[in-house]
Design a protein around this ligand. Structure first.
Ligand code: ACO
Length: 339
């Protein structure tokens, strides 16, 4: 689906950002002591130097909580004022209840509806589109979206083709009506025919956990890296191009490009094909690896801390992930909440 929403009656923006990354750092050198790999291989193939790993007792909601508190504080919104909490995650605390409900309870968001959304690494963009719809329609006035992942718990640490890629973290944003600017448009899509190229085969209703599943290690991420690479480079370009055209914009209008931090080589390819100035591209994959749905809000929060998000900055965000899914959003940065 694609829409230029700039003519809608209610303007919607991100009024607060926050992120949290676990303290434990796992470097490429640490990985080279665990599997047959090297810092040189990982750096050239992915751009990753280190990633953060959650403690054994930390679940997605534990990472989401500090990120959410920071976003609420920055927005000047209290938990009791929230009417909607959406958590995008592929690593929920449990299959149910929703991690969003657990988070809402921990925050004290007693008046909020709460649900989880599963769109892999595109989760944050999908969540933003959902919450945009609720705010623009007048259903929600103060919403919280969080991308939170503990991918280390579904990573096979003996599989060198996947364990080098992923990291843990959470990023959050408060979404509210604003006076002007804000979200200009979305482009979202899915192609389930490629779903098995990036999946966790067991643990759901198709293949519940059993001794056989554990024996075959089907509770971990399985990935056809070459196929995901091809898909990602294609759809991140087409999604961004189609969205910009729908918003009557070109790549020259973009001040800041925030891509999902899947792999530096994927992003470099996309940036070249879009004809984007590399100076406008935000990358932090060297420090966090691929944190799936958390990667974009972590990037945004860091960009804001670095002064890169000013009133009027035009931001293009693109993601691709399990599903296979993809999504882009174009927005004019402004945090001026509705008067
Ligand atoms: N260290 C050393 N060698 C390795 C490693 C490793 N960690 N992993 C694989 N190899 C070897 C392979 O065994 C193979 O050896 P062979 O030629 O003797 O068989 C060789 O390196 C090349 O393997 P490829 O899989 O072809 O390596 P490629 O250059 O494709 O890089 C990678 C692999 C990095 C996974 C790449 O395919 C990729 O980036 N894919 C995109 C996947 C991605 O980014 N997923 C993120 C999650 S999805 C998302 O966020 C959208």
């Amino acid at each position: 689906m694609i829409a230029n929403v700039s003519g809608n009656h209610i303007a919607v923006g991100l009024t607060g950002l926050g992120f949290y990354a676990p303290e434990r750092v796992l470097t490429n050198e640490d990985l080279a002591a665990m599997v047959d790999t090297s810092d040189e291989w990982i750096t050239t193939r992915t751009g990753i130097k280190e990633r953060r790993i959650a403690e054994p007792e930390q679940a997605a909601s534990d990472l989401a909580l500090p990120a959410a508190r920071r976003a609420l504080e920055q927005a000047g919104v209290t938990a009791e004022e929230l009417d909607l909490v959406v958590v995008a995650t592929a690593t929920p605390d449990m299959l149910f209840p929703a991690t969003a409900a657990i988070l809402a309870d921990e925050l004290g968001a007693t008046r909020a509806a709460a649900y989880d959304l599963l769109a892999g690494c595109t989760g944050f963009v999908y969540a933003l589109s959902q919450v945009y719809g609720a705010v623009a329609a007048g259903l929600s006035r103060r919403a919280l979206i969080v991308g939170a992942e503990v991918l280390s718990k579904i990573t096979n640490w003996q599989d060198r083709s996947t364990c080098i890629l992923f990291g843990d973290g959470a990023g959050a944003a408060v979404v509210q009506p604003i006076t002007a600017g804000g979200i200009v448009g979305f482009e979202l899509g899915a192609d389930g025919s490629g779903g098995l190229d990036l999946c966790v085969p067991a643990g759901g209703s198709r293949r519940p956990v059993s001794p056989d599943v554990l024996e075959q290690e089907l509770q971990f991420i399985k990935m056809n890296g070459a196929e995901v690479f091809r898909f990602a480079t294609r759809v991140m370009v087409s999604s961004a191009e189609e969205l910009l055209a729908a918003c009557d914009a070109t790549v020259e209008d973009v001040d800041l490009y925030v891509p999902h931090q899947a792999n530096k080589r994927i992003v470099d390819h996309v940036v070249r094909n879009l004809g984007l100035d590399p100076e406008k591209v935000l990358m932090n994959i060297d420090r966090y690896g691929n944190t799936s749905s958390a990667s974009i809000p972590i990037c945004l929060a860091e960009a804001q801390a670095d002064g890169l998000l000013q009133e009027g900055t035009r931001v293009l965000i693109s993601a691709v992930g399990a599903g296979l899914t993809w999504g882009s959003v174009y927005l004019t940065w402004t945090t001026r909440g509705e008067e």
